[in-house]
Design a protein around this ligand. Structure first.
Ligand code: SF4
Length: 353
């Protein structure tokens, strides 16, 4: 027996008796799928019932005031879902006589409907051959096929959608999709999957190779950190001051323009150095000459460039020495080579006038 047939048989026995699955109608399936995006079935059911009693058709939803629709959404949160649902209902009434189009690309144009919801509606309501991919299905597929790459991100979405499409039971796409989601929610659990009860266990790669702990692999990308910084350009007789500060978070191994982070600092290592703070105190109102954006790994930064011309260099050199900071003066023309970072060329643009 094919794994798809085993899954189908398992689903017929284990499927839950849910009101929106009773009839194969796009509207109740759509409403239920949108509600389920952020809410668990048990919490959503009573709210679903009252919503459907008040708005039983796309026409009734389309003709209601937004405030009333939002009132019936109370308890579900994420109110933009309700607004989009109403907007899409209006669109359906105006363009498709209130019925749901059977074309994936047309459905994807409706407000608030993404790939998952569109595929779920079309397969469950119309038995069209579109495989769904949600978090549960991704877990089942990655284990079943032994997909050992990171499942977070667009590459995995693409790869696993292909596997989902290939694995789809084209005779019963709606049941198949629901079975995959149900399997992920009840047996193929993130921790301790119940493989002994699973209809796919005989041909499941992760079960056979005892890799359910390793698959799926979830590697989160580092969180982006937003930073603002000031960069100080001191010039004296056509030369620019560069410093080397071993305590800096970035650029500590090279001579660079003095800079320091300001505003909201995420952690101690980004704090401006005592030398930079002393520089600012010594030169409290330099001229603002521009700003630019710069990225280093997961850091998104905005640099504000300030300039100060100095008549003599001794004071600032002494200040640097007092803080154990090396300093040197370089011609503006060789700033890029003396300070070999793209920061140098970005700053230089503001200095050539
Ligand atoms: S056999 Fe186990 S790991 Fe494989 S799909 Fe079933 S529950 Fe998931």
């Amino acid at each position: 027996m094919s794994p798809q047939k085993k899954l189908q048989d398992w689903y017929q026995i284990h499927k839950r008796d849910l009101p929106f699955r009773k009839k194969k109608q796009a509207y109740p399936i759509w409403v239920s799928e949108v509600m389920l995006q952020q809410t668990r079935v048990n919490a959503m059911l009573p709210l679903y019932e009252s919503f459907m009693n008040r708005f039983p058709t796309p026409e009734s939803l389309a003709s209601a005031e937004e405030e009333e629709v939002l009132a019936y959404w109370k308890g579900l949160g994420y109110y933009s879902r309700a607004r989009n649902l109403r907007k899409a209902a209006i669109f359906l009434v105006q363009n498709y006589n209130g019925s749901f189009p059977k074309d994936l690309n047309l459905v994807l144009k409706l407000p608030g409907i993404g790939n998952y919801t569109a595929r779920a509606i079309l397969s469950i309501a119309y038995d069209l051959p579109f495989a769904v991919l949600d978090g549960n299905v991704k877990r089942v597929l990655s284990r079943y096929f032994g997909y050992s790459e990171n499942i977070l991100g667009s590459k995995a979405d693409f790869d696993l959608q292909q596997k989902a499409d290939g694995f789809l039971n084209k005779d019963y796409p709606g049941d198949h999709n629901q079975a995959m989601m149900e399997l992920g929610a009840t047996l193929c659990l993130p921790e301790s999957p119940k493989c002994l009860l699973c209809p796919l266990s005989k041909s499941c790669y992760a079960r056979i190779h005892q890799m359910t702990g390793e698959i799926p692999l979830r590697v989160k990308e580092k969180k982006q950190i937003q930073l603002s910084a000031e960069i100080l350009v001191f010039d004296s007789t056509d030369k620019i001051l560069l410093v080397k500060e071993p305590k800096m978070r970035f650029l500590k191994d090279m001579f660079h323009l003095p800079y320091g982070f300001m505003g909201e600092i995420p952690e101690e290592t980004y704090e401006p150095t005592p030398f930079f703070l002393a520089l600012k105190e010594w030169c409290p109102s330099p001229l603002s000459v521009g700003k630019f954006k710069h990225t280093i790994t997961h850091h998104k930064m905005e640099f504000f460039v300030h300039r100060q011309s100095l008549k003599e260099r001794t004071q600032i050199e002494t200040l640097a020495k007092n803080f154990g900071v090396e300093s040197k003066w370089v011609p503006l023309s060789s700033l890029d080579s003396e300070f070999p970072s793209s920061l140098a060329s970005k700053v230089k643009k503001f200095l050539l006038y």
